[in-house]
Write a protein that binds this ligand. Structure first.
Ligand code: PMP
Length: 446
């Protein structure tokens, strides 16, 4: 397969990019491994795309899917209709998010949908409680929230916006709580948490508190480069939001259901959001599914407003798809039965420590960071200045190509290499990932 014979676009890859990885086809999956078209079994270091949390080819999930297909392949959940699996899954999600106080679920088909739904629900909430002027969204400069117009508007990285402007009005981006690189050159985690919370407060005051609908962020940034906020960050952000009534939206598309080492990302900070966005890990990628979950405050605001219909005028043909719901029930049972958040914490800590040991001495490796099974290797031209490598240099792609040759798929993203394997991995896979990357840096970082 060469570029000019391929009849589809690879998202976010320039068709003529000479540094892009040689195209390979993945034809099979099993557990923590996938097989390419030439028969090589490779460690899935990227978990599909941050989503295959329970691993590939799980009998329980496949069985649930075929059982559901035998029973009912599809029916809508509009107009007061439903089916048993959408009831069961909603009850389960509300049960699982009890510590966060979640009350109602709105389904969709993926992460971008889940974010779009969250932004629209936030706007509707404020209209329902008589504050229509609250329409603005504040988010983080490196945040990633999918590709729909709302999500792309709150995305921090301009590459996801510039081709599509003008974006949604009233979207403001503030600094990411990143210890390694931040505008204050602050190296103290506690101080950084305070600076970021103060910046949010200053921005809310500057915009006018009665114009701000919500603050949206990922509990741990994924695509932006696995940025793990300091311990005081989320509690302080929650405080600021509460002070001004601003809704807090946690985009848990990556962190939801275990990836960051706790069942939900915000739980790792002991904080509850008003709205959580789920996709990916909700059913481990077996069938497209997204869900947006809101707490009692938001649900009640929308449902009990006298001057408002109380209906969420939003929903998709595939909202609550029976087969997707069935696959989610089976997948979440595995997440709970096998304590995959716990395993993500243990294997993630092991992976990070072993990578630090193996890679930190290479000149191009600036920072190695992670939480649970979200890990990033930050690439620099100079360790002291921390200046990032040229994202177009192809360096990350070259390291990834060697790792692939050594039997491991990793994700090169410009100035970083990202790892997000299934939450089912063990020491064998951890060691293979570390060895493949060490070989990659040994050959490329000369
Ligand atoms: N939010 C976050 C935090 C994500 O990481 C992603 C996808 N990587 C999305 C939203 C969008 O999800 P999807 O690609 O399923 O639309």
């Amino acid at each position: 397969m060469s570029d000019n014979t391929q009849t589809f676009w690879n998202p976010m890859v320039h068709p003529g990019d000479p540094t892009s990885r040689n195209r390979i086809e993945i034809v099979k999956g099993d557990g923590n491994y996938v097989q390419d078209g030439e028969g090589n079994w490779l460690v899935d270091g990227v978990g599909g795309l941050w989503n295959v949390n329970v691993g590939h080819n799980r009998t329980e999930v496949k069985q649930a899917i075929t059982d559901q297909l035998d029973e009912l392949e599809y029916f809508q959940i509009f107009d007061g209709l439903a089916h048993p699996k959408v009831h069961e899954l909603s009850d389960l999600i509300i049960e699982m998010t009890k510590p966060e106080g979640m009350a109602k679920v709105m389904y969709s088909s993926g992460g971008s949908d889940a974010v779009e739904t969250a932004l629209k629900i936030a706007r509707q909430y404020w209209k329902a409680v008589g504050q229509s002027q609250r329409y603005k969204f504040i988010s983080l400069k490196q945040g990633y929230h999918g590709v729909h117009f709302g999500g792309a508007s709150v995305n921090g990285n301009t590459v996801f916006r510039t081709n599509y402007e003008p974006m949604l009005p009233g979207c403001i981006h503030i600094d990411t709580p990143w210890l390694y690189r931040n505008p204050w050159n602050c190296e103290d985690p506690e101080e950084l948490g305070q600076l970021c919370a103060k910046q949010l407060e200053a921005e809310i005051l500057f915009q006018g508190p009665d114009t701000v609908a919500a603050f949206i962020a990922e509990p741990v940034q994924g695509a932006g480069g696995v940025i793990v906020p300091p311990a005081n960050y989320w509690p302080l952000i929650r405080e600021v939001c509460d002070k001004y009534g601003v809704l807090l939206i946690a985009d848990e598309v990556v962190t939801g259901f275990g990836r960051s080492g706790s069942m939900f990302g915000v739980r790792g900070w002991g904080v509850a959001a008003d709205i959580q966005c789920f996709a990916k890990g909700i059913n481990s990628g077996y069938i497209p599914l997204g869900a947006t979950v809101v707490n009692q405050r938001v649900a009640q605001g929308i449902e009990t407003c006298e001057n408002f219909s109380g209906a969420v005028m939003h929903g998709y043909t595939y909202s609550g798809h029976p087969v997707a719901c069935a696959s989610a029930l089976a997948s979440l049972k595995i997440v709970q039965d096998e304590d995959l958040p716990g395993n993500a914490g243990i294997q993630g800590a092991d992976l990070l420590a072993k990578l630090q040991d193996a890679l930190l001495d290479f000149p191009s490796v600036g920072e190695l960071r992670g939480k649970g099974l979200m890990v990033a290797i930050d690439l620099v031209v100079d360790k002291n200045s921390r200046e990032p490598i040229d994202p177009m240099s192809g360096f990350a792609n070259q390291v990834a190509a060697v790792a692939l040759r050594e039997g491991v798929i990793v994700r090169p993203v410009g100035t970083k290499i990202i790892l997000s394997p299934p939450l089912t991995i063990g020491t064998e896979e951890v060691d293979k990932i570390v060895a493949a990357l060490k070989q990659g840096f040994t050959e490329i970082d000369k």
